[in-house]
Design a protein around this ligand. Structure first.
Ligand code: NIG
Ligand code: FE
Length: 385
């Protein structure tokens, strides 16, 4: 079996604190890494690198684990550029806009939806993302949710059933009936294609009791739970997620002290999605407050046609550093190891022995440049999927 030595890595982010400088990033300068059969089999200072069959010289560039984007809505048709333009002129974001994407998605063919996901996954890879979670949530019928997930599954194992995104118009007078559909026939059709179940717990979408019913039903058929919560205002979602022991709760923009305490003591990961605040011109979540309280934090894109049509983790890192009080090291860790933890994965999001060889080569000497050079396409190559 051939093995590959990556040599002359100026700075290697391993995310293993037992390595290198002993920080959470486990930084090794002048590093080398050996890949065999898709896994990291050796990592360390290049002066002690073993002999291999194939050698690639990285010319002093930085190497980081591939980004793990743990929150994205990629199965949709159409766009909502006019809604974005209106928002930039002062109109607030509201959950209701999701309906126009639902209509367009229902009308699209499987081929059109597949081409759309392929385009966005390719766009993400060019920006260093090697693992992406993909949600349904723009079908909202039994058939359209199941086909959205089947399409997503062709691109990732990390698929999430989000039938509880909003109540579709045909159930406007009967939201309880819609929750019965989601927890019954729709879940049965979706579960074979999904690893996770999610709900949008927010005013204008689903309340805490409805979200609890959805997450409990999903858990009963073996799906892990995750939740959209506290995005547009304060609410019960974050504490519900912590109480249910979910692996992650996403958005976390409006938090009170009890929410922060619940996150810190439960270990539920707070996934922050700063592209949403950028694209809806909203206040950013206070990452510093969360980190100082001992909360585990992930960064993800939330790529979707409404609240954030950006697939860029480098953008999220730059925003987290500039606007949310994170250091560049914390932001890069949150977009790699944090995303992996938010998906319950230990095989990705790190570059130490035994991990999958999912990595990004930066055309820069340090990971810091991801925040220092915002908007610049620094990812030279993303490897592994
Ligand atoms: O995560 N919050 C709910 N869902 C998406 C937005 C979906 C949309 O506006 O189309 C989000 O922001
Ligand atoms: Fe989302």
């Amino acid at each position: 079996m051939t093995n590959l030595l990556l040599r002359n890595i100026g700075e290697l982010v391993t995310n293993d604190p037992a390595l290198g400088d002993g920080s959470a990033l486990g930084l090794i300068r002048d590093a080398a890494l050996v890949v065999e059969a898709g896994h990291v089999v050796w990592v360390g200072p290049q002066a002690s690198a073993p002999v291999t069959d194939v050698v690639q010289d990285l010319g002093g560039r930085a190497v980081i684990p591939g980004f793990v984007d743990s929150h994205a809505h990629l199965v949709f048709a159409g766009d909502r550029a006019s809604e974005f333009t209106a928002r930039m002129a002062g109109k607030p974001y509201a959950a209701g806009g999701i309906g126009s994407t639902v209509s367009a998605t229902r009308a699209a063919t499987d081929e059109q939806l597949t081409a759309q996901v392929a385009r966005l996954v390719t766009e993400m890879r060019r920006q260093g993302t090697t693992t992406v979670e993909i949600k349904s949530g723009y079908g909202l019928t039994v058939t359209d949710e199941a086909r959205s997930l089947a399409i997503a599954r062709a691109f990732t194992e990390e698929t999430t059933f989000l039938g509880a995104h909003v109540v579709p118009p045909e159930y406007a007078e009967d939201p309880a009936g819609y929750v019965d559909l989601v927890t019954g026939p729709m879940l049965q059709a979706a579960a074979p294609h999904a690893r996770w179940i999610d709900a949008f717990c927010e005013t204008g979408a689903f309340d805490a009791d409805q979200a609890r019913a959805v997450l409990t039903a999903g858990g009963a058929v073996g799906l892990g739970g995750r939740l959209h919560a506290n995005q547009l205002g304060p609410g019960p979602g974050v504490q519900l997620a912590c109480e249910l022991g979910l692996v992650a709760v996403d958005h976390c923009t409006y938090l009170d002290d009890a929410d922060v305490e619940a996150l810190a003591s439960s270990g539920t990961i707070a996934t922050l999605l700063p592209g949403v605040e950028f694209s809806t011109r909203s206040p950013y979540p206070d990452a510093r407050r969360l980190l100082d309280a001992g909360v585990r934090v992930a960064l993800a894109s939330d790529c979707n046609p409404g609240s954030c049509y950006s697939s860029s983790l480098p953008l999220c890192i730059a925003l987290a550093v500039r606007e949310m009080g994170m250091t560049p090291a914390e932001a890069v860790h949150a977009a790699t190891a944090g995303g992996a933890a938010a998906l319950g994965r230990v095989d990705i999001g790190r570059l130490s022995t035994g991990a999958r060889a999912h990595y990004a080569v930066l055309d820069a000497p340090s990971y810091v440049h991801l925040a220092y050079r915002p908007g610049v396409p620094l990812v030279l190559e993303a490897v592994g999927r």
